[in-house]
Design a protein around this ligand. Structure first.
Ligand SMILES: C[S@@+](CC[C@H](N)C(=O)[O-])C[C@H]1O[C@@H](n2cnc3c(N)ncnc32)[C@H](O)[C@@H]1O
Length: 384
């Protein structure tokens, strides 16, 4: 009897705990839903902060700034800047410190930079400002409004992507027709290129051993090529290869020649082909075509160097990863959604999916390295 009583108590305790957990989950959900209701606000306010030049202004000032100093430098009212800064401080983008020196402005709060706010400075090696401005620009935001309808329509009508539906043409034709957007897009890619190539040179330099010439296929405005050639002085020639409207406005650098063309037709010859954030824009059959053209371009002793995300299919595969590695993997899933909205069937790939396209394109050997401090991995693929 006593045993039955004990069992009953245990059951009650478990039911009570389960109820409490359900209530906590409900409460969490009621808070979390607002992240999605107002999810766009963070992006919009950060865009506004970049356009106003808040981080540039504090950096130029050289020391923490009061509200009065900051609003007068920005040409805005203190009331509005106070509200913007309160939001950005709350998001830990800027920091507030107390000013106890009583000067003619009186005691008060001073705004200081953080590592994150410095990434919003408009220029410099670590700037991510153009990337934020590009992703938050009208042509890049408009396709998100068409995502669900296009996903349904794709079953019956394959003709338009969300980007095409929103902007009337695909991303590459749109950049060709809009020089301002072409520049913004290329500068945005350069933000990622600066960080990623520096990390590659730091952690995978040996990948470029013995490479005398290299072609950067879909190399954008030439930032990656410039950094690679500078970081590997043994490379005699770098070839920046992209669509004509992109190379015609690209950076000029020593030991780098510019070639405009179409990677679906052919790729200029070199010891190695480098492809960063290019293949994820395309579906498998297109990737196989691009990779076959790269294979034609390199000698039998050459290689293809691919810099892209390698995403995992399920959470279990992430077990044992450090927190920052997990967060980088998360960015890969965000990028996968961006590919859905902005490209024609582009996607981020799992290792199995990468192996499939490489084998189909005739690459028999490969190895994958993670790049410390970058969201992409590096895949080296060899024809024999
Ligand atoms: C996502 S961007 C990556 C740029 C650069 N690799 C980087 O990571 O900074 C893709 C690039 O592919 C180029 N591209 C698109 N279609 C192309 C084609 N048919 N032939 C050559 N380049 C192309 C685009 O112009 C763009 O610069």
């Amino acid at each position: 009897m006593a045993k039955m009583q004990e069992g009953g108590d245990h059951h009650d305790e478990l039911t009570c705990r389960a109820k409490e957990e359900d209530e906590q989950e409900e409460e969490r959900a009621r808070i979390d839903i607002y992240k999605y209701v107002f999810g766009f606000v963070e992006m919009a306010v950060v865009k506004c902060a970049i356009e106003l030049g808040i981080a540039d202004t504090i950096e130029c000032h050289g020391r923490p700034m009061s509200l009065k100093e900051l609003s007068s430098a920005l040409g805005c009212t203190p009331h509005n800047i106070h509200r913007i800064m309160r939001f950005l401080v709350n998001r830990r983008i800027f920091k507030e410190i107390k000013n106890d020196i009583v000067n003619d402005e009186g005691a008060g709060t001073l705004y200081v930079q953080t590592s994150l706010s410095r990434l919003l400075i408009k220029s410099g090696e670590r700037s991510m400002a153009s990337f934020v401005l590009m992703e938050s620009s009208k042509p890049m935001l408009a396709p998100w409004h068409c995502l669900s309808s296009r996903l349904k329509a794709e079953v019956i009508d394959n003709s338009l992507t969300p980007f095409e539906e929103a902007n009337g043409q695909d991303l590459w034709s749109y950049t060709a027709a809009n020089p301002g957007h072409n520049q913004l897009f290329n500068e945005a890619m350069a933000c990622n290129a600066r960080v990623t190539v520096a990390a590659i040179l730091d952690s995978c330099l040996e990948v470029f051993d013995g490479v005398g010439s290299i072609v950067d296929v879909g190399g954008g405005n030439g930032t990656a090529m410039q950094l690679l050639v500078k970081g590997c002085p043994w490379i005699k020639e770098g070839i920046l290869f992209d669509l004509p409207h992109v190379v015609s406005v690209a950076l000029k650098s020593d030991r780098v020649v510019h070639v405009g063309g179409d990677m679906f037709e052919s790729v200029p010859k070199a010891d190695a082909a480098f492809l960063m954030w290019v293949l994820h824009d395309w579906e498998d059959k297109d990737c196989i075509q691009i990779l076959k053209n790269c294979r034609e371009a390199i000698s039998e002793k050459g290689k293809v160097i691919i810099v892209e995300s390698v995403i995992e299919n399920n959470k279990e595969q992430n077990n044992g990863m450090k927190k920052d590695e997990l967060e980088f993997k998360d960015v890969g899933l965000f990028l996968d959604m961006v590919m859905m909205a902005h490209t024609n069937k582009g996607k981020e790939r799992t290792l199995d999916q990468w192996v499939y396209v490489l084998h189909q394109a005739g690459f028999t050997r490969y190895n994958v390295r993670s790049i410390k401090g970058a969201i992409s991995s590096l895949i080296e693929a060899f024809p024999i």
